[in-house]
Design a protein around this ligand. Structure first.
Ligand code: ATP
Ligand code: MG
Length: 410
């Protein structure tokens, strides 16, 4: 706003400064504030109110109000101009209204009002009201200045409406893009297991070939695996929408995080014995409050991400007992996540473009992890470079909002 400050009163320079207000990038409120500060040098008023017609209710709303000293606060003074504002809207012209009694002893009771239409759009008219308590009356010269100020106000309000409109369009654009990404990811993720299931079922059903029992078993195992993938995908979709709408139910118990991670790692080893995982746990890990199934889901996604995006690289899982938190690090020495993508990594459906061809996924996993951890009043963050990726989780020992007993411990 510094560049908007008006210091000189020479009319040429003032004109220049008025125009610089219009090209200002400042917020509309600051620009209006500055405009009325400048215009006070040209003509005096006690209060002013800018009204705008609410597009939904059609009623007049106070967009901006300013009190310059005499009289009450700007908020309270907004009511002074209301009935004149309605007349200005109705007649769509400048109205100069003087009090019927001109008792100079009670200035506040005798406001001189000047109302001017600000026609931002036909459907959204506004009004600018200037108030002088106890006079003097607005002269012809004042009216000219007021009209000039109203024109500038119109431009500023129009810019505000345009900015709001642009941000709505940007929101719609990003929603549309998200929807398009969603449809393309989901159709790809649905098509690929369905393709396997269909292909192997058709093969098994062929009457011209006799498959030996071993081969039949292999095919059926593939069908089973792909059916499980489909079930997981649908579960992830349901979870993510439940988490987003706050409808996911959590079942809190006292949980041993060390045992939970060990169980998940053992489970992973059964299906992927080649994944290199090292555990580095503090000896004394206290139980914490948590939902064991949801937390297992978090660890499962981090284990599967390391397998998919840092294949053959060692994954070290570190569990530490800090003062108020348990911290868990999932650190791999894989290729890492490029810095530009790191801020988006926990967003629904986001996948690093270069990696998305290498492994299956929907980009829901980390979004779900973050929501689950935050429902435990914890945090999850990523740090990554070309020498590896670290997901750091911090979980509080006891959540303030929940009280559970040791008997509930699992
Ligand atoms: P889903 O988990 O839903 O099956 P996904 O694994 O693609 O799919 P996320 O778990 O949300 O989705 O991960 C988002 C993206 O983050 C991944 O697509 C991948 O590009 C990147 N990513 C996650 N973990 C790692 C990692 N350890 N190393 C490198 N990139 C990773
Ligand atoms: Mg994942």
């Amino acid at each position: 706003m510094e560049n908007l400050k008006i210091s000189s009163s020479s009319s040429g320079e003032r004109l220049n400064q008025y125009f610089s207000l219009l090209s200002s990038n400042a917020l509309w409120k600051e620009t209006l504030e500055e405009l009325f500060l400048v215009s006070r040098d040209d003509f005096i008023f006690d209060n002013l109110v800018v009204y705008q017609t609410d597009s939904e209710t059609g009623s007049l709303e106070v967009l901006f109000a300013k009190s310059t000293g005499r009289g009450k606060s700007a908020e309270a003074d907004a009511s002074w101009g209301e009935s004149l504002a309605n007349r200005v809207i109705h007649e769509n012209r400048m109205i100069n209204e003087e009090p019927s009694e001109k008792d100079q002893h009670d200035r506040i009771a005798h406001p001189y009002l000047l109302g001017l239409p600000i026609n931002t759009e036909e459907k959204l008219p506004g009004v600018l009201i200037f108030i002088r308590f106890g006079g003097p009356a607005f002269s012809k010269e004042d009216c000219r200045y007021a009209q000039w100020t109203a024109n500038l106000t119109t431009s500023i309000v129009r810019k505000k409406l345009l900015d709001e409109f642009m941000s709505k369009i940007e929101n719609i654009q990003s929603m549309t893009k998200l929807q398009a990404d969603f449809i393309s990811t989901i159709s790809h993720e649905l098509r690929s297991p369905l393709g396997f299931i269909k292909g192997y079922t058709t093969t098994l059903l062929r009457t011209d070939t006799n498959w030996d029992r071993e081969t039949q078993k292999d095919f059926l195992e593939i069908i089973e695996r792909e059916t499980n993938n489909l079930t997981d995908l649908i579960e992830d979709l349901l979870d993510s929408s439940r988490l987003q709408s706050g409808q996911m139910k959590f079942d809190f118990h006292l949980v041993r995080i060390d045992s939970l991670i060990r169980d998940e790692v053992n489970r992973v080893h059964l299906t992927n014995p080649e994944q290199k995982i090292e555990l580095d746990f503090d000896p004394e890990i206290p139980a914490i409050e948590g939902d064991p199934r949801k937390l297992a889901q978090v660890f499962d996604n981090l284990l599967s991400n390391a397998r998919k995006y840092a294949p053959d690289a060692l994954l070290v899982i570190k569990l530490r007992k800090e003062k108020k938190y348990l911290t868990i690090d999932f650190a791999d020495v894989g290729p890492g996540i490029p810095t530009i993508y790191q801020p988006r990594i926990f967003t629904r459906f986001f996948r690093v473009p270069e990696q998305s061809m290498k492994a299956h996924g929907t980009g829901l996993g980390l979004f779900i992890c973050k929501q689950i951890i935050e429902n435990h009043e914890g945090t999850i963050n990523v740090s990554s470079s070309q020498s590896g990726t670290n997901f750091k989780i911090a979980l509080p020992y006891a959540m303030v909002t929940k009280k559970i007993t040791a008997e509930e411990s699992v």
